[in-house]
Design a protein around this ligand. Sequence first.
Ligand SMILES: *[C@@H]1O[C@H](CO)[C@@H](O)[C@H](O)[C@H]1NC(C)=O
Ligand SMILES: *[C@@H]1O[C@H](CO)[C@@H](O)[C@H](O)[C@H]1NC(C)=O
Length: 464
Amino acid sequence: MGAKPTVAALALLAALAAVSAVQAKEALTPSLLLSRAQAIQNWLVETRRTLHKLPEPGFQEFKTHSAIRRILESYNIPYKFPYGKTGIVAFIGEGKPVVGLRTDMDGLPIHEPDAGAGAAGGFKSENEGWMHACGHDAHMTMALGAAKLLKEAHDAGELPPGTVNIVFQPAEEGGAGGDVMIQEGAVDDTDAIFGMHVMPHLPSGTVHSRAGTIMAGALSFRVVVQGRGGHAAMPHLNVDPVVAAAGLMSALQTVVSRETSPLGSGVLSITMLRAGDAYNVIPDEVMFGGTIRGLTHEHLMFMKRRIEEMAPAIAAGYSCNATVDWRLEEQPYYPPTVNDESMAAFALKTAAKLFGPEASQIAEPLMTGEDFAFFCRKIPCALSFLGIRNETAGSVHALHSPKFTLDESVLHKGAAMHATTAVDFLRAFAVEGQGQEAAKAKAKPAAAAADDEGDDEYEEPKDL
Ligand SMILES: *[C@@H]1O[C@H](CO)[C@@H](O)[C@H](O)[C@H]1NC(C)=O
Ligand SMILES: *[C@@H]1O[C@H](CO)[C@@H](O)[C@H](O)[C@H]1NC(C)=O
């Protein structure tokens, strides 16, 4: 007797619950996520300042690693570790699709000045000689903020089905920590990955991305020019490597200006020079070094080959020898960062929804390198630039400058950008009831083809 009404009532309740679940899911809009991110802005600032005090070398981000784990644990966010010694992958939700959000963790060997924003705000680096001068403290904070927002949404049953993986990677500044994490399986199950980099040359709060190459491939080199040292008053009895090195350094400037297309993009910068240490002694050898950058792998390989050809030939003209070393042990090759077309469009669309269409712009590529490139070789990706230029906040100094200053007001915007990208991705690429975009991605061999192509190219540098 009572059973039938109960069943009916249960069915009704279930139907209502389903409706409210659907409503709840739909309620997780970009503007709601942005306002929730705004509400944790103070927490974000505090977190960023804590991390700012702990800049560490690549693969040695031990304190940073512990700080991240403490925060994840305090919000009951599960994670796996280690990847690449100090790397961590946190995850929220379960099953397919799987979207990745990536941040880097390492600092730079730069002395943070006492006159800087860190000292003024009481959060100067506590690791003497090291500084977060590339914004990785902000990147980690925005990723942690997104983790917090997503975890709360997940626990409230608001998150669409699927998994968000938050990838904390070591050694972006030279050690190819991203590559190490990938080789250790950190993104094996991830369908696509998004990254962000703060940029002091772009207006604060604007997001810039593009399909295709957004950052350059990079190699560093070291040239040793050998002669035969002796008394500076008797150059004819010696073989002078100083003049030979000067000639070679000038000649190398023609690689870009005379040998590559003016429409292509390449950079060759010589940044170090060591010769003798007495005024009246010609040294035995001179060492100089620098970096080459190119927007395509081929461009970079051409420059590399020309340096290898010119160095011994020009040194020989001065009766010297020259050898070129690509320092791959210390500074692995970083390929160009090539954004997937649909993922870049996805990131720009998300930015437009959050901050308005005027704040979502097509990026101009930069000649800096970025080891997010390795993720892009493995899975569809999009790297975006988040502008932080703000005169009022003193956020006008270049990345890698000891004066680098972060406009902290972007922290909640970055967190909202990450969280919204993840939520919208899970919706758009839902495994069941596939949306248009999911279907497009499925039917899109381009991503797979680009991936294969990437894999081929990926092997090449190993022969360097
Ligand atoms: C250059 O290398 C050759 C072969 O190793 C050697 O015989 C020669 O002395 C070197 N010349 C100079 C100037 O170092
Ligand atoms: C610039 O910084 C000031 C001071 O920190 C802040 O009030 C303002 O909102 C920032 N402007 C933008 C566009 O973010």
